[in-house]
Design a protein around this ligand. Structure first.
Ligand SMILES: Cc1cc2nc3c(=O)[nH]c(=O)nc-3n(C[C@H](O)[C@H](O)[C@H](O)COP(=O)(O)OP(=O)(O)OC[C@H]3O[C@@H](n4cnc5c(N)ncnc54)[C@H](O)[C@@H]3O)c2cc1C
Length: 125
């Protein structure tokens, strides 16, 4: 970019790669040298390269149960038959879906697990 657009500022250059508002915040927050690219020496370009490629986000928490879509934990899968979903120690008691300690990624896997485990248990109840 420095070779092709030497008069372009860092802000304009980065805004070609990232959302403009994000670039503005990063430049202000991290005091990036918002100058025409031709004024940046190799060391500065190298530092910017590392800055961009090693930028990471650390989530500072979750929104809790208010927006939770799936929960970890539940009935231990070792306590039920994987074939019938009946409790090993309590004949006639079946567990399916979310209540079991089975957690899928978002994207339909939890619905699929609820429906499939329900169908399987339904064959034996
Ligand atoms: C906001 C949200 C979005 C989600 N989006 C997705 C998604 O896009 N894709 C995906 O795969 N999964 C999604 N999930 C997860 C998915 O909905 C669940 O994994 C799935 O519905 C679990 O099905 P289930 O039948 O095991 O339990 P549930 O759907 O929780 O059904 C349990 C039922 O039991 C009833 N119940 C509870 N206690 C009693 C009682 N004492 N007596 C009688 N009835 C009782 C409840 O009212 C409820 O109707 C989402 C979940 C939430 C909350």
């Amino acid at each position: 970019m420095r070779d092709k657009h030497p008069n372009q500022t860092l802000k304009t250059s980065l805004a070609r790669l990232f959302p403009k508002r994000l670039v503005e915040i990063l430049i202000a927050r991290d005091n990036l040298p918002d100058k025409p690219l031709k004024q940046l020496d190799d060391k500065q370009i190298d530092e910017l390269h590392h800055y961009v490629h090693q930028w990471s986000i650390a989530p500072n928490g979750t929104e809790g149960y208010r927006t939770a879509e799936v929960t970890l934990g539940g009935v231990d899968t070792h306590a039920i038959s994987s074939k019938t979903l009946e409790a090993r120690d309590i004949p006639g008691l079946y567990f399916i879906g979310e209540v079991l300690d089975v957690t899928g990624w978002l994207g339909g896997y939890n619905f699929q697990w609820a429906w499939s485990s329900g169908w399987v248990a339904g064959q034996y109840v």
